[in-house]
Design a protein around this ligand. Structure first.
Ligand code: HEC
Length: 113
């Protein structure tokens, strides 16, 4: 019985790391895709990792358009944690308060090409 529980715990911890982007995909589909999946409500996020902030054909708010820098992991994390703190006046209102969910989302965003 005890050995079974240990084996189950091991299986869980092994599954955790590579699942990060997969978890992110699931979160993205639930919380982001309605605006960032080809909808006019939000910009495409394909290739956004490493790209200049607020760059592209979308009608970005001045808050993002005039924001210096590129979308590093840290900037993506800060924006998702509190968009209006990172870029006061941004049109994106959704925030992701959970640290693990943000990490999973950032990992997933980096797979969008
Ligand atoms: C209700 C629509 C909506 C939802 C839901 C939404 N966003 Fe956004 N997002 C926007 C809009 C609008 C912008 C542009 C904001 C601006 O111009 O200030 C944006 C901008 C962004 C940017 C910056 C893009 C760039 O090219 O600079 C990222 C990254 C982003 N969103 C990620 C996410 C993630 C991850 C989620 C899910 C947790 C999400 N968004 C959910 C509407 C949304």
């Amino acid at each position: 019985m005890l050995r079974l529980a240990a084996a189950a715990a091991l299986a869980l911890s092994l599954a955790a790391a590579p699942a990060l982007a997969a978890d992110g995909a699931q979160l993205f589909n639930m919380q982001c895709k309605m605006c960032h999946g080809g909808s006019p409500m939000g910009p495409s996020l394909a290739g956004v990792a490493g790209q200049k902030i607020g760059e592209g054909t979308f009608a970005f708010s001045p808050a993002l358009k005039n924001k210096e820098g590129v979308w590093t992991d840290a900037n993506l994390d800060a924006f998702l944690k509190s968009p209006t703190t990172f870029a006061p006046g941004t049109k994106m209102m959704i925030s992701v308060p959970n640290d693990e969910n943000r990490a999973a989302l950032v990992a997933y965003i980096k797979t969008l090409k």
